[in-house]
Design a protein around this ligand. Structure first.
Ligand code: 13P
Length: 258
């Protein structure tokens, strides 16, 4: 275990990123099937990040469970003339506890900038939401051996003048997202250990030791255990496999019945 990671108890965090999938009826059916499958599971904190339109339905479903609600994005002002945007106050109004910020699909498809990611992280943190801050390199950057440099820059720019506590970071190599090609657990550990070092260098070791760092990219019931065995990996951010209730339940149970 890296020196910084040792000595801190970090509860495992398994988050579902449903992306732009599921109607309200589909979300309700998922929750009806999913919740009994994870009943009694207390080792990990499970979070569902549905599309905005499904937040009220999922909020209703998780009311008497340990499952937390999260959003997939947030704007940096609490209200104002920002057509189409959703504010931190609006997410809190729906009992969201977490919010994904800086996902690679927003960076690469929607042109989200580092400056805007920093604004969103600040606004979410100041509102009391827990950010799940996504970083990760593209295949081209990995092949040019730039992965560490890219991730270091993303962390430094995203967390400029900001030390969220609590914070979750998700390391999602872009080439592993939705491709079925996951990073090896050893490669993910190497990058995630490095991310913890970067956080310690930016602020302090005690804080860096408390930050939960997740792996994301083609996580499935059959490979989750191998990631969680790694000393610096504290959980997962799951896309495709989180859309299927038995699969996501198995992941929350660290691969049981896989
Ligand atoms: P997949 O699990 O579908 O590869 O997606 C990962 C992801 O982008 C989670 O945010």
């Amino acid at each position: 275990m890296s020196k910084i990671a040792a000595g801190h108890a970090r509860k495992r965090l398994i988050a579902a990123n449903w992306k732009m999938y599921k109607t309200i009826a589909e979300a309700e059916r998922f929750m009806e099937e999913f919740l009994p499958l994870i009943a009694g599971q207390t080792e990990a904190e499970a979070v569902i990040c549905p599309p905005f339109t499904c937040l009220p339905a999922v909020r209703q479903a998780v009311r008497s469970s340990q499952v937390q609600l999260g959003a997939q994005d947030v704007f940096w002002e609490n209200q104002g003339p920002y057509t189409g945007e959703i504010s931190p106050a609006m997410l809190l109004d729906l009992d969201c506890r977490y919010v994904i910020i800086g996902h690679s699909e927003r960076r690469h498809i929607l042109g989200e900038t580092e400056a805007n990611i920093n604004r969103k992280l600040k606004a979410a943190t100041h509102a009391g939401l827990i950010p799940i801050f996504c970083v990760g390199e593209t295949l081209d950057q990995r092949e040019k051996e730039l992965a560490r440099e890219i991730v270091n820059q993303q962390l430094a720019k995203g967390l400029q003048d900001l030390r969220p506590d609590p914070l979750a970071v998700a390391y999602e190599p872009v080439w592993a997202i939705g491709t079925g090609v996951n990073a090896t657990p050893e490669d993910a550990q190497e990058m995630i250990g490095y991310i913890r070092e970067c956080l310690a260098r930016m602020y302090d070791e005690d804080w860096a030791g408390k930050v939960r760092i997740l792996y994301g990219g083609s996580v499935k019931p059959g490979n989750i255990a191998s990631f969680l065995e790694q000393p610096d990996i504290d959980g997962a951010l799951v896309g495709g496999a989180s859309l299927v209730a038995p699969d996501f339940a198995s992941i929350v149970r660290f691969g049981e019945n896989a």
